[in-house]
Design a binder for this molecule. Structure first.
Ligand code: SF4
Length: 181
C-alpha cells in the first residue's frame, strides 16, 4: 500500500507541470479556491500544504506575476492581507490537470466514498503526527451554528460572523473537528 501511495504521488506530481505552472502553483490555486476568508493567508497555505513560508512566498510571487492571484484587505485586521483567485486563476483551474484523476476516481462508483474516507484518515493521522492543523469543511466544525442568524445565514460560533451556504462548504484554518462518537 505504501508503494502504491508513493507511485500515485509521483504520477500526480508529473501531471502537474502543465499550462506553464508547476505542482506547487497548482496546489496554491486549488487551496485558494477551497479556503474560506479566515484561511487565505500565506501562513495558512504553508500549514495546509506542509511546506515552509519561504517556499509558499515564492509560489505566491510567481502566481501574482502571472496574474492568477491578487490581494485584498482583511476586514478584521486591515494590516493583514488575504489572497484571492483572479479571473485568470479561476479560468486556469477549469483546466486543472488533476481533473483526469477525478474522472478515474469517478469510475470507482460506490467505492469512491470508502476510498476517500480511508485517504482522509491517512492524511489526518499524518497531520496529527506532524502537529499540523486539521482544515475540515466548515459545516462539519464544532463552531458551526446552522441558521445561527435565522433562515438567512449560518454563524461561526468562534468569530460570531455570518456564514453563507457557500461559506459552509469551504475549508477553514480554525476548523475544530467534532469529538469521535
Ligand atoms: S464554524 Fe469553524 S470552520 Fe466555520 S468559519 Fe467558524 S471556525 Fe471556521
Amino acid at each position: 500500500m505504501t508503494s502504491l501511495v508513493d507511485r500515485l504521488g509521483r504520477a500526480v506530481h508529473c501531471l502537474q507541470f502543465a499550462d506553464g505552472l508547476n505542482p506547487a502553483q497548482w496546489a496554491v490555486l486549488r487551496y485558494l479556491d477551497r479556503a474560506n476568508r479566515y484561511s487565505r493567508t500565506p501562513t495558512a497555505i504553508s500549514e495546509y500544504l506542509g511546506t515552509t513560508r519561504g517556499t509558499v512566498s515564492q509560489t505566491i510571487k510567481a502566481l501574482e506575476a502571472k496574474g492568477m492571484i491578487g490581494r485584498e484587505t482583511n476586514g478584521r485586521d486591515r494590516r493583514a492581507v488575504l489572497l484571492k483567485l483572479t479571473r485568470e486563476g479561476k479560468a486556469a483551474l477549469e483546466n486543472d490537470p488533476l481533473h483526469c484523476v477525478a474522472s478515474v476516481a469517478g469510475m470507482l462508483g460506490d467505492e469512491l466514498d470508502e476510498a476517500s474516507r480511508f485517504l482522509d484518515r491517512v492524511v489526518d493521522c499524518l497531520q496529527a503526527g506532524n502537529g499540523s492543523l486539521g482544515f475540515g469543511m466548515c459545516a462539519d466544525c464544532t463552531h458551526f451554528c446552522r441558521n445561527g442568524f435565522g433562515a438567512e445565514a449560518h454563524r461561526c460560533g468562534l468569530t460570531g460572523d455570518p456564514l453563507s451556504v457557500a461559506d459552509s462548504t469551504k475549508i477553514c484554518v480554525n476548523y475544530d473537528a467534532p469529538a469521535a462518537p
